[in-house]
Design a protein around this ligand. Structure first.
Ligand SMILES: [Fe+2]
Length: 301
């Protein structure tokens, strides 16, 4: 296996090992998994080119890293291991209108976020495969929350070290349209509170754990809390420190939800189809979940 860095401080293309190698249930698969897992811990975003992707292969590869999430309520793919991101209406085969729920969801995905931080159990990683790519736009952009933590001054790091943050799916959706998160979604996904910092148990490196779902810093008055969150989001997603992935047929990208943020980029959605399939791996205690829970039960949501 070889790696080719994608940017100056995070991300790498994996060369010489395929998803099928890692998915192999035998000793060869164990060896391939160990190499890819080490690269994942180090680089946070991994790109595999020219993969012959199938649903079965994506699931078998993803399962190497841990149990898979079931796609959330009221989403395309609900109840299956796949979150489906598309502007194609499956019933009619036509492109959906700009006010269609899937169009609004695509817009919400264009806010910087990390997957599943609003859930009661967070995600270790996401694996995204390109199935239909528009001829222009539709890139996925990444920012390293780990590199952003390292760029802080020692004083700010100390100040933020034990801060905890509330995340809510309805909050990020509310930035796109007031009722985009339905009653059913709100009931299934109440707010969750996490430390602002996730320590990687393998290499001991700290990372921010923030997202568009984050709406309040525990125990801080609202104006200060909102202003600080906005400032930190800007710091983390500084364009000088992002990587933009322009999708090619056969690409699969995996990212560490503990250490990165990402966002989709727009494309002419009224003219061109886009279909992306995502599997999401649940974080286990070995991935540092316990250390990310607030030290004391937070008082308010
Ligand atoms: Fe996402």
């Amino acid at each position: 296996m070889d790696v080719r860095p994608l940017s100056h401080d995070f991300g790498a293309e994996v060369i010489g090992i395929s998803l099928a190698d890692v998915a192999d249930p035998g000793a060869r698969g164990d060896e391939a998994y160990a190499l890819v897992r080490a690269a994942f811990e180090e680089y946070s975003v991994l790109l595999f080119r020219n993969q012959e992707i199938t649903d079965e292969l994506q699931i078998a590869y993803s399962r190497r890293f841990g149990p898979l999430e079931v796609a959330k309520v009221a989403s395309l793919g609900e109840g299956t291991p796949f979150s489906i991101l598309t502007n194609v209406d499956r019933a009619t085969g036509k492109l959906v209108a700009p006010d269609h729920k899937e169009s609004l969801r695509a817009k919400a995905n264009q806010l910087w976020h990390t997957d599943s931080s609003f859930k009661q159990h967070p995600a270790l990683a996401s694996v995204l495969s390109a199935r239909i790519i528009p001829p222009a736009g539709g890139e996925t952009q990444f920012a390293s929350q780990r590199a952003a933590w390292d760029r802080l001054s020692e004083t700010t790091r100390t100040k933020l070290f034990d801060a905890c943050v509330w995340h809510d799916y309805a909050h990020s959706r509310g930035q796109i349209a007031p009722h985009l998160a339905s009653e059913r979604e709100r009931a299934a996904m109440p707010p969750a509170c996490w430390r602002i910092r996730w320590r990687n148990p393998v290499n001991g490196r700290d990372s921010f754990y923030l997202a568009s779902h984050a709406y309040a810093i525990e125990g801080q008055p609202e104006p200060e809390s909102k202003a600080l969150l906005a400032e930190l989001m800007e710091h983390i997603t500084d364009p000088a420190h992002t990587y933009t992935h322009a999708w090619q047929a056969g690409d699969v990208v995996m990212w560490d939800n503990r250490a990165t943020m990402h966002r989709g980029r727009p494309w002419p959605a009224g003219e061109h189809a886009r279909l992306m399939m995502r599997t999401t791996i649940s974080a286990s205690d070995a991935d540092g979940v316990a250390g990310t829970r607030p030290p004391v039960e937070p008082a308010t949501a």
